[in-house]
Design a protein around this ligand. Structure first.
Ligand code: AMO
Length: 437
């Protein structure tokens, strides 16, 4: 763990140290050889004078060195105003190749657009060496860290629930079936049942950041078969308005933090402005939204399509939110019950839940849950669910506080913040046609 990160090199001027990294570039000119080394934090130039007798062995080594190999270099860091890269250079006394790269790289890692995205994904470990791709995950890591931080500050407990389950948790159509010894199991399509179980167990506030599996055969820029869900649930709410308020607060906090640390980099690399919300997010009922979209943008959809939000409807909802409220977010509420899960609480037959649209794409579904055993059972039966979810219904039989929560797609949020596709927003994309690497 003693590796010196390149970002910290300034602390080591004129001291003999050992540095390690990838060889990003080699320039071999008449009198001198230059290497640019890269680690996860920065770059540094290594300079080898060819004329010096003591450098003979190193010069020979560099003559056959290939880019993207890794090296360990011993030497001294010197200030040098003439060096464009950070005004410093590393003068080595010893170079050791710790791993040699094949000289033929299968993709161009310095120009990501020199090949198709799918070719890049085949060699994702090389593709990620490009700073555009690499930084997506530095930013995502920080985004999730600050979201976690917020949850802990609000006394939420982080839980870990099983991904191998005995019954589909939402609907049967979207689950992957797996062979489980001599019977069938499924991959969890949401931690929904278990986060609610934690509420019934008395935890009051819980969250989980974990994989979610969806057997959706869709090849779009926003769908994947495995994604990271940021799921939470909290007790003693009065209405789903409390859930929306909480999400608003969480996202405002997180975007503010990400903006402070990465706002400039996001602008520079992805050419996207990160806008920290200043106001409350507008809230609109689905039916009203369609009326507004028709009136404002002449957007007409068939009556039967109006019971859910269309892709174009999401895009126009964003336009409306921007034009009317200067908000990149908009909550859409009052979906009809046949389009919502059985566990949403209903009031006057209307599910007490919402979708949150950010920059024209759904990032969240949330709701107040039905916690009354009899009502919940009735709603489940209505959707044709019985035997499979009996265990879940039991959670509500021995006292369970009123509660609500939501599920937010981390990959979607990353994708929208950086204006990239979901394939890029995931370190390893999974889709109907991709299970490798
Ligand atoms: P839902 O099914 O809407 O709700 O999922 C919640 C959020 O997960 C993300 N998401 C996806 N991301 C990428 N690819 C997919 N195929 C995909 N499907 C969903 C979206 C979506 O908004 N149990 C409820 C949540 C709850 O009520 O707490 C649920 O799973 O960002």
């Amino acid at each position: 763990m003693n590796k010196i990160f390149f970002k910290d090199l300034e602390k080591y001027y004129d001291k003999e140290i050992e540095i390690s990294g990838f060889v990003e570039n080699i320039r071999n000119i008449k009198w001198v050889q230059f290497l640019v080394l890269r680690d996860s934090t920065d770059r540094v130039q290594v300079t080898i004078e060819k004329s010096e007798e003591k450098n003979k062995e190193m010069v020979e080594l560099v003559n056959t060195l290939t880019v993207e190999s890794t090296v360990k270099v011993t030497g001294t860091l010197k200030k040098n105003e003439n060096v464009r890269l950070r005004g410093m250079e590393f003068i080595p006394t010893k170079i050791e190749v710790t791993s040699e790269s094949d000289p033929e790289l299968p993709i161009n890692i310095h120009d990501k657009d020199a090949q198709l995205l799918d070719q890049r994904l085949d060699y994702r470990w090389l593709d990620l060496r490009n700073e555009y791709n690499f930084n997506i995950f530095k930013i995502q890591s920080y985004l999730v860290k600050v979201m976690r931080e917020f949850m802990y500050s609000k006394d939420f407990t982080e839980i870990h629930t099983p991904k191998l389950i005995g019954a589909a948790s939402e609907s049967g159509s979207e689950v992957f079936e797996v062979k489980y010894f001599d019977r069938k199991a499924y991959l969890a399509q949401s931690p929904q049942f278990y986060k609610q179980m934690a509420i019934a167990s008395g935890f009051d506030r819980v969250f989980e950041v974990a994989p979610v599996f969806r057997a959706e055969n869709s090849n779009t820029s926003r769908h994947t078969t495995e994604f990271t869900g940021f799921d939470l649930e909290f007790a003693y709410i009065d209405s789903y308005e409390d859930v929306m308020d909480f999400e608003e607060e969480l996202l405002t906090y997180a975007l503010d933090k990400v903006n402070v640390k990465y706002g400039d980099l996001i602008k520079e690399l992805y050419n996207k402005e990160l806008i920290v919300p200043k106001n409350k997010f507008p809230r609109v009922k689905l039916a009203d939204l369609y009326d507004i979209l028709e009136e404002k943008y002449d957007y007409k959809v068939d009556e039967e399509e109006k019971n859910d939000l269309t892709t174009e409807g999401e895009r126009l909802a964003y336009r409306y939110a921007m034009e009317e409220f200067n908000s990149e977010f908009i909550f859409v509420t009052d979906f009809p019950k046949d389009k919502r899960a059985f566990y949403h609480m209903r009031k006057n037959d209307v599910p007490q839940g919402y979708d949150l649209i950010y920059r024209g794409v759904e990032i969240t579904t949330g709701a107040q849950r039905e916690h009354r055993y009899d009502v919940l059972k009735k709603q489940a039966l209505e959707k044709g669910l019985d035997k499979d979810i009996e265990f879940y219904l039991e959670f509500f039989k021995y006292g369970c506080p009123p509660h609500g929560g939501f599920g937010l797609g981390v990959d979607r949020l990353t994708m929208l913040i950086l204006d990239i596709s979901i394939k890029e927003a995931m370190m390893l994309f999974r889709g109907p046609n991709r299970l490798n690497p």
